[in-house]
Design a protein around this ligand. Sequence first.
Ligand SMILES: [Zn+2]
Length: 459
Amino acid sequence: MRRKKRASALGSLLIILMLIGGTYGAYKVLNSPAFETNRPIIKMPVERFWNSHHPFEIQISDDTGLKKVLAYLSNGKERVKIADIDLKKAPKNYSLQIKYPKIGFIDNSDNLILTVIAHDISKWHFFKGNNTIKKSRLKVDTQKPDVFSLITSYGITRGGSALAIFKATDKNLKELYIETNFGKKFEPVPFYKEGYYAVLLAWPINEKRFRAKIIAKDEAGNVSKARLGFFLKSRKYRISYLQAKDRFINGKIADLAEDEPELTANLSPTEKLKFINETYRTKNDSLIKEVTSKVDHNRITSFNIQPFYPLKNGKVVGSFGDHRYYWYKEKENVISESYHLGIDLASVRMDDIIISNPGIVVFANYNGIYGNNLIVYHGLGLYTVYGHCSTLLKKRGDLVEAGEVAAKTGATGLALGDHLHFSTMVQGIFVRPAEWMDSKWLQANIIDVIQNAKKMIDK
Ligand SMILES: [Zn+2]
């Protein structure tokens, strides 16, 4: 009796265990990756431009693996299958290439619907797996932007500036800039009438060659290029050897070194000169370049620039592009070198600094070797820079009228006597001030070019 009871109890336990085991088994099977319920992910935008010549890719992924990918293109009337791919290795990620069908549509349309379907390897849905269907509107644009150079300044000098006026049109224009051989991209400004642009260009003093091309890109990836031709004038700049006297090293240099105490604490006096004249100068120049790189994109209809003449009776005491070597004690002992990227003008102490053209003050602050530094924007990417000032009479954001006095000369920063350091900048590049101070150069290279461009556009 007892034994029988025990046997039946054991049987019940077995049945219970089997039931639990079975449920657990089913649970385990249904929760295994083979039965997962996550759909594949297809990354594609609701809408995009396409020039239809260049294939593009769509990223598809699934957490367990992809089994099949299909794609169709439709123009509303006809539908063409463009992909039907069985993925034997069940990858988790797949990039599907979308190509225009070899046998295209009978009816051409600017609008196509792309449908992409992805299946995963899950056995869910009675072994059919999970699937995702996604649609995208493709706006087909095969038309390249229309670009041509209208007129330019006749030439450009190494270290100097030039103007170009051109046309660029496209119904989906996305990017427009001037590409150069030295990596700088110049931004054009809308000019006069719809579809026309003006751009001031600069040939950096340290670049041997100058090449410029208009680049226009549309939303669909169509690109047009047009070369801007200039007569290139090379130019030699002065090389000068200057004696670094102890008075200078222990005076101005030591004072400026205190601007960067951590970096100069352990330097010898001559190492400090090298640091101030090279490392610190580069930092101060970078600030000027950054401030003067910006271009406003308001349409301009004229650019009636007058010659800059910042000091009434200023004598040129230092010229643009000077390659200056500093020697200490003996002429052979060169301890530092730098380029002088402006001109120095001197007259009387604390003389009035006149801003010859209207503009807006974009910087009015201390800037290392430039001392108290004023920077004014005049439009079309042109800036003027005034260094070593004793007093700044304007602050950032102030408007300046033509002929207004905006600062007083001084000897702040790396200056021995009272003088003005005057730089001109085109989109962040130091250019020859002599051109912007010369009425003949301005007439021929800027004012006449603009007048002639307007005549051509109006014709
Ligand atoms: Zn200077």
